[in-house]
Design a protein around this ligand. Structure first.
Ligand code: ZN
Length: 191
């Protein structure tokens, strides 16, 4: 297990863990944000994380890794890279907002897989990937995430392992936001 504080330090240094004043996709404001693409753009950093996550996922006994597009694709590949004979697939949203396997990806009936995601917040993308795996007749043994920033029940029941588990991340409605009151500029971090 990576030391969580040390891991957060790495994320801060590479620009993946930001402090400021952020508009979240939910419309809420927060003083912290994760842009894990800033970690995954650095293979030499990501490999160390992927190795630890691969070890945590090994007991689940499968070498088929599924990543939700987009954020999960690179972490899933990095984890699969640690195992001889692994396969790595990704599921992507269709125009109904359902996750599906395209591009000829196949899961065999009864095949067990692990899902690897960059960050889990509510688990809604992961839950949609789990549905897609079940649709193909497979099953999800476990979910691995670089960062677990969930703050309540997840939208899936499969076990979750993560490298960094965060405590509560402050967030506010705009009218209650202390950073708005201080006139700190609001950023849309993924734009
Ligand atoms: Zn604000």
């Amino acid at each position: 297990m990576l030391d969580s504080i040390k891991a957060l330090g790495v994320l801060e240094q590479c620009g993946a863990y930001l402090h400021g004043h952020f508009l979240l996709t939910t419309g809420l404001h927060s003083n912290q944000f994760f842009l894990l693409a800033r970690l995954t753009e650095r293979p030499e950093l990501l490999d160390a994380w992927a190795l630890v996550l691969a070890r945590q996922l090994e007991p689940y006994g499968t070498k088929t890794v599924v990543g939700p597009a987009m954020g999960g694709i690179i972490p899933a590949y990095a984890v699969a890279r640690q195992w001889d004979g692994a396969r790595v697939l990704f599921a992507e949203k269709d125009d109904q907002d359902t996750m599906r396997f395209k591009r000829g990806f196949r899961i065999e009936p009864g095949e067990s897989v692990v899902v690897v995601e960059d960050a889990v917040t509510t688990g809604s993308s992961v839950a949609k990937v789990i549905d897609a795996v079940k649709q193909e007749g497979g099953r999800v043994a476990a979910v691995g995430a670089l960062v677990d920033r969930s703050q309540g029940p997840l939208r899936f029941e499969e076990p979750l392992v993560s490298l960094v588990k965060l405590g509560e991340i402050p967030h506010w409605e705009a009218h209650d936001c202390p950073l708005c009151r201080q006139a700190v500029p609001l950023i849309r971090p993924k734009a």
